[in-house]
Write a protein that binds this ligand. Structure first.
Ligand SMILES: Nc1ncnc2c1ncn2[C@@H]1O[C@H](COP(=O)(O)OP(=O)(O)OP(=O)(O)O)[C@@H](O)[C@H]1O
Ligand SMILES: [Mg+2]
Length: 264
């Protein structure tokens, strides 16, 4: 186990969240290592988005700990968690639909900007430098998601697949170390999904990112992830490499069980 601890970027232990009498997540223990692509899968309602909402400070845990880069983050506000370097996308897109594609990226970059209110008021060099840097980064991200030509289009006017990629770029505009993607391929066709897979792999390398991805698209998960964590009804079923997950009878039972419930 040498180096295991320094390798860990995100660690949860005993993480539990209930909604009324429903236990959405029970005693979740997850360790995500630096620079890995970590998949979280499970049938509908198994707690995947709840896990994302807890880590990113959108909701609070009833019990348990969340450690990011060695520091506890479970009680920090969502904006502070972004500043620490965790960015996410949502299961449905949450873009500023009336803003341009480029302005969506600039608004996200402002979340981590070093600019204070008086810099804005006085037009200090800090403001000018930060704006120039955000602008360059926005252009770089636009090129990365092949939307340079649509920079001035309203985000809400983009086709759905483009909106999903813009949402990913917007998360990147905050300068994360950990990127959390909640069903990034939902609504994408096979070609778009393949391009997304290549983009995420490329990003990991280029930006030295750690990625957690929730997806129902098993082909994407199996081709993308180093390790996969399987949830069912808020509890861990199994964790392993994609090949181990595919071969494990318990995992098949979970999905078959869910199918039978859906069919009943
Ligand atoms: N704000 C909430 N209020 C009440 N119940 C909630 C809330 N958020 C989630 N739940 C419930 O918690 C359980 C887990 O939900 P969660 O959204 O985490 O599932 P999921 O694995 O992301 O599912 P899906 O694959 O459908 O997105 C579900 O039963 C859900 O109905
Ligand atoms: Mg979900």
């Amino acid at each position: 186990m040498t180096g295991a601890d320094t390798d860990a970027l995100l660690v949860t232990s005993g993480l539990t969240r209930t909604f009324g009498r429903l236990v959405a997540l029970r005693n979740l223990a997850i360790t995500v290592r630096r620079n890995e692509i970590f998949g979280v899968i499970g049938p509908n309602g198994s707690g995947k988005s709840t896990f994302f909402n807890l880590v990113t400070g959108f909701i609070r845990a009833d019990a348990g700990e969340i450690t990011f880069d060695g520091a506890p983050i479970a009680n920090l506000p969502a904006t502070e968690i972004v500043r620490r370097g965790i960015a996410r996308t949502f299961q449905g897109t949450r873009l500023f639909r009336g803003l341009s594609v480029r302005d969506n990226l600039l608004a996200a970059a402002a979340l981590r900007s070093p600019v204070n209110w008086w810099d804005g008021l006085l037009g200090t060099p800090v403001l000018a430098r930060a704006e120039a840097a955000s602008g360059r980064r926005a252009d770089e991200l636009l090129a990365m998601i092949s939307l340079t030509a649509r920079a001035d289009a309203k985000a809400g006017d983009l086709p759905y697949g483009d909106q999903r990629r813009l949402e990913l770029a917007r998360a990147l505009a905050t300068g994360p170390r950990l990127l959390m993607l909640d069903e990034p391929a939902a609504g994408m066709d096979a070609a778009e999904t393949k391009a997304l897979l290549d983009l995420i792999k490329d990003l990991r390398k280029r930006e030295n990112l750690t990625v957690i991805v929730v997806e129902h698209d098993m082909e994407l998960i199996m081709n993308l992830c180093d390790r996969v964590h399987v949830l069912a009804q808020g509890e861990t079923v199994f964790e392993g490499t994609p090949a181990e997950v595919q071969a494990h009878p318990k995992v098949r039972d979970v999905y078959l069980g869910a199918d039978e419930e859906a069919a009943a």
